[in-house]
Design a protein around this ligand. Structure first.
Ligand code: ADP
Ligand code: DP6
Ligand code: CO
Length: 331
């Protein structure tokens, strides 16, 4: 029986300089270059099988078979690999998220990086990490960066052939993130729809590409200097610039919730107590706190009375994609 199988794990990443807005919806080319930190604690594990015995593409996530619209997204993405390999077989995709799905914790990043890796292995394409990063991009922009570990830059490039991620710093020093999960429900407005609406209607958006490129340069200098206070100041300001573009869209919307604002105040309070703690937020209400990893337990202890210890998770920097022999048990 002709069967091709691949299994891959990819970690999520959280942007310190955000990708927000596409200049090409089909190819997923970003308006601005951007930069993230891959996280050790959150990841997706995905298996893909191509076989004559599979009648049509199907997709199971966390034990549940997904509907047509979800399968279609997977099919279109896998088509890119089928074309490269000149293979015309239907596939079965089975994936498990060790991260809340569609809650602003970058499940689409780990998802499409893992699926790209799994297809690469299954179809024996032997693609190098840069090529894989360009293909992961076609599934979800943030997935471009999840091919690599540590601090990763997604260079906006001039087109499909060079819009890809490159490792920037291995983050093998005292840095990490505390993730405060305030609400893990699926967001009402996906990242894709939110950024498209923002680009189309916010009069402030025209400032975004240029300001983001400037902040990216500064962020790179701050990371090289391993200056967490400097990195944190830039990250906070860039995150709020992004949220200002959604608040100024028409109709306006926001991913911030009441508890997110409380958390932001709490992070500022931590700084007054001497912690190096800085917030960032993505397309969802959850708050991520950039800090030295060595301070993360103390930060959790300080925030636990207000937010609950079970909602606070410390993460070290994570690795790039990993090919697996078998899909781990998910009982
Ligand atoms: P997030 O903030 O989690 O990245 P997005 O709106 O960007 O939210 O993307 C969420 C979507 O990504 C889901 O609705 C689903 O279509 C897709 N997705 C999430 N996890 C997986 C997975 N493991 N495999 C395939 N697709 C996934
Ligand atoms: C706010 O990569 O999820 O998290 O490319 O449409 O799939 P699509 O969107 P996605 O957007 C991520 C937006 C962000 C910022 C970031 O991760 O850089
Ligand atoms: Co996403």
């Amino acid at each position: 029986m002709e069967e091709y199988r691949g299994i891959c794990r990819a970690h999520t990443n959280i942007a310190l300089i955000k990708y927000w807005g596409k200049r090409d919806d089909e190819l997923i080319l970003p308006m601005n270059s951007n930069l993230s930190l891959t996280l050790d604690r959150f990841y997706s594990e995905t298996q893909v099988r191509f076989s004559k015995d599979i009648v049509e593409d199907c997709f199971q996530l966390d034990g549940e078979w997904q509907d047509n619209s979800e399968v279609e997204k997977i099919s279109r993405f896998v088509d890119l690999f089928r074309q490269l390999a000149q293979v015309d077989l239907a596939c079965e995709v089975i994936s498990y998220n060790h991260v809340p799905t569609a809650a602003g914790l970058a499940s689409s990043a780990s998802a499409f990086a893992a699926l790209a890796g799994a297809c690469n292995q299954a179809l024996r394409l032997d693609l190098d990490p840069l090529a894989l990063s360009r293909l992961a991009r076609r599934g979800s922009g943030s997935a471009t960066r999840s091919i690599f570990g540590g601090f990763v830059e997604w260079e906006k490039g001039s087109g499909d052939h060079d819009s890809q991620a490159v490792p920037f710093d291995d983050a093998n020093w005292d840095v990490g993130m505390v993730v405060l999960t305030l609400n893990t429900k699926k967001k009402a407005i996906s990242s894709r729809r939110g950024m498209k609406h923002t680009v189309a209607t916010s009069p402030f958006y025209q400032l975004w590409p240029q300001v983001s490129e400037e902040k990216l340069l500064e962020m790179k200098a701050a990371i090289k200097a391993r200056d967490l206070d400097w990195m944190g100041e830039i990250a906070e300001s860039h995150a709020m610039l992004m949220h200002a573009t959604t608040l100024s869209a028409n109709p306006a919307f926001t991913y911030l919730e009441a508890e997110s604002l409380k958390a932001i105040e709490a992070v500022k309070g931590l700084r007054q107590q001497g912690y190096k703690a800085y917030f960032t937020m993505d397309a969802g209400p959850n708050v991520k706190i950039l800090c030295p990893y060595s301070q993360s337990q103390a930060i959790i202890d300080a925030l636990a009375p207000e937010f609950g210890a079970d909602r606070l998770i410390a993460s070290r920097p994570g690795p790039g994609i990993q090919y697996l022999e078998a899909l781990p048990d998910h009982q």
